[in-house]
Design a protein around this ligand. Structure first.
Ligand SMILES: *[C@@H]1O[C@H](CO)[C@@H](O)[C@H](O)[C@H]1NC(C)=O
Ligand SMILES: *[C@@H]1O[C@H](CO)[C@@H](O)[C@H](O)[C@H]1NC(C)=O
Ligand SMILES: *[C@@H]1O[C@H](CO)[C@@H](O)[C@H](O)[C@H]1NC(C)=O
Ligand SMILES: *[C@@H]1O[C@H](CO)[C@@H](O)[C@H](O)[C@H]1NC(C)=O
Length: 251
């Protein structure tokens, strides 16, 4: 019974845990979606969480320090390097969110990937963002120093289905006015879907079932073994007694 109860209790714990994570932890969303922006860009962070009826205020932390902002949206109109760092939020009926990292860079061009870690088969999309959206021409995207794509007018570079070999260090460059400008490089990692599967299955490992079967099998084996050995012992002792009886009769 204990062997049956334990996996059930574990499953209950796991589901209670995911339910708590789903409903009571606040989430910080970025609009636009980029977690790396250029100086003077505008960014809106929005806190998603449950509010009690009487209190619509939101708590915002920047680099671990509680800020004076209390609205559900944290608007940064003119991003500066000091706006970089980790943002967390919390509403009256939520636990503090996981931190969201924002990077504010100084430069003419910035490579903005939709994701830095991509599952194989999913798209990779890179934007060559320019300071204050200044027009850029002859835009070229590079992977590990090799030119991958050229656009006469600035466009996003899209790989519809990422392969493992699309991992690497990417940057873009182009002409702004008369100047030839380059972005810093960003590491993009393509992972096999398997990793996601492994992560998911590690939350629900078949270990409980395996252990359960092993323990039951072992108990059965021990039980059967005991049964036969007791039976043999009984038979032996009977034979021995009979033998003894026979032997004691002899003289
Ligand atoms: C951009 O930010 C700089 C400070 O980093 C500031 O001096 C400048 O006025 C801003 N430019 C615009 C157009 O907002
Ligand atoms: C809360 O709601 C009131 C009334 O709708 C509004 O005036 C106030 O600005 C809100 N406060 C926040 C922090 O959103
Ligand atoms: C927050 O941390 C980031 C990086 O650690 C730093 O660049 C930024 O200046 C910090 N800002 C404040 C206001 O503490
Ligand atoms: C920009 O500079 C690189 C070398 O730094 C050069 O190879 C490339 O041709 C230049 N691009 C244009 C469009 O002039």
């Amino acid at each position: 019974m204990w062997q049956l109860l334990r996996p059930a209790a574990l499953l209950l714990l796991v589901s209670a845990d995911t339910r708590a994570a789903d409903f009571s932890k606040a989430v910080v969303l970025l609009d636009p979606q980029w977690d790396r922006v250029l100086r003077n860009d505008s960014v809106t962070l929005t806190c998603q969480g449950a509010y009690p009826v009487e209190d619509n205020s939101t708590k915002w932390w920047h680099n671990g320090t509680l800020t004076s902002k209390q609205t559900s949206s944290y608007f940064i109109a003119d991003a500066q390097v000091e706006d970089s760092g980790k943002y967390k939020c919390q509403t009256g009926l939520s636990a503090p969110s996981d931190p969201v990292k924002l990077e504010v860079h100084v430069g003419w061009l910035l490579l903005q990937p939709t994701q830095r870690v991509v599952n194989a088969g999913e798209p990779i999309q890179l934007k060559c963002h320019s300071w204050k959206k200044t027009p850029v021409v002859k835009v070229q995207y590079f992977q590990n120093g090799r030119g991958k794509k050229f656009f006469h007018w600035n466009s996003d570079f899209r790989i519809p289905k990422a392969k493992l070999e699309d991992s690497g260090s990417y940057f873009c460059r182009g002409i702004i006015g008369t100047k030839n400008e380059s972005s810093e490089s960003v590491q993009i990692t393509v992972v096999q879907d398997l990793e996601t599967l492994q992560t998911v299955s590690s939350f629900f490992p078949p270990w409980h079932q395996i252990t359960f079967c092993l323990v039951m099998g072992l108990l059965f084996a021990v039980d059967t073994g005991l049964y036969f050995s007791v039976q043999r012992d009984l038979r032996n002792s009977k034979e021995w007694r009979d033998g003894k009886v026979t032997w004691s009769k002899d003289p």
